[in-house]
Write a protein of this length. Structure first.
Length: 230
């Protein structure tokens, strides 16, 4: 399976803690006697690798990221996406209309929900409204742009941003200035062209439900500093 770095959902390949979804997948598939290989690449390449069957699964996908993929009935987690600005910013996200006064930073190829995806498509070539970062350091680039005033705010998953700022000793560098609603379910999504995908989807789905019931999923989240599923 593949994805770009989105820690703590999925972290570096050789990390002691490779990420919530990576550990969850390895444990669930190990129960079925299946070994999971995990590789980090950029998001656009991961999408194409899974779409064309070069890789079995994509980690941390929302349905809008890849609607043609094979998704389970049970999401492995929920993504809460919020806007982050400099500590001295007085801007607050109160809906799409509030974006008219700022330059927004986002990551190319990510889905942020229908309304924001439509906004990004509309203004993707207008650098005074929107700047898209790409590559394996896209989050770091967007954070730096906010710090330098090149964009006024950026979008990110709350778990991901909290861990990034903590790891870089920058917990006070940005402030949360509003969140997109509703939250979006996120999954491990399987290739639409591989015959094995339906079986793997069913194994993982059953495992997520089992781990949720017996408390193993909650324990895994706690190891990454997350006290509850949101």
């Amino acid at each position: 399976m593949e994805a770009d770095l989105w820690c703590p959902i999925n972290c570096a390949e050789d990390a002691e803690r490779p990420g919530i979804f990576v550990e969850l997948a390895r444990q669930i598939f190990a129960d079925a006697g299946i070994e999971v290989e995990y590789r980090v690449t950029n998001w656009a390449r991961a999408l194409q690798d899974v779409r064309h069957g070069r890789v079995n699964a994509l980690v941390g996908a929302g349905i809008r990221d890849a609607p043609d993929f094979i998704f389970g009935k049970v999401p492995a987690g929920i993504s809460r996406t919020c806007f982050y600005a400099r500590p001295d910013s007085t801007w607050r996200y109160t809906g799409l209309a509030s974006l008219e006064t700022i330059r927004l930073g986002a990551i190319n190829g990510y889905s942020y929900g229908e309304e924001l995806d439509n906004y990004i498509r509309r203004y993707q070539k207008d650098l005074d409204r929107l700047q898209l970062a790409a590559g394996e350091q896209a989050l770091a680039l967007n954070v730096r742009k906010v710090e330098l005033g090149r964009v006024d705010a950026t979008l990110e998953n709350t778990w991901v941003m909290a861990m990034y700022l903590d790891r870089h000793d920058a917990s006070g560098a940005l402030q949360k200035v509003g969140c997109r609603v509703p939250d979006v379910p996120i999954y491990i999504a399987f290739s639409p062209v591989l015959a094995s995908s339906a079986r793997y989807r069913d194994i993982f789905d059953a495992g997520v439900q089992r781990y949720r019931r017996d408390g193993r999923l909650a324990a895994l989240l706690q190891r990454y500093g997350i006290r509850r599923e949101r």
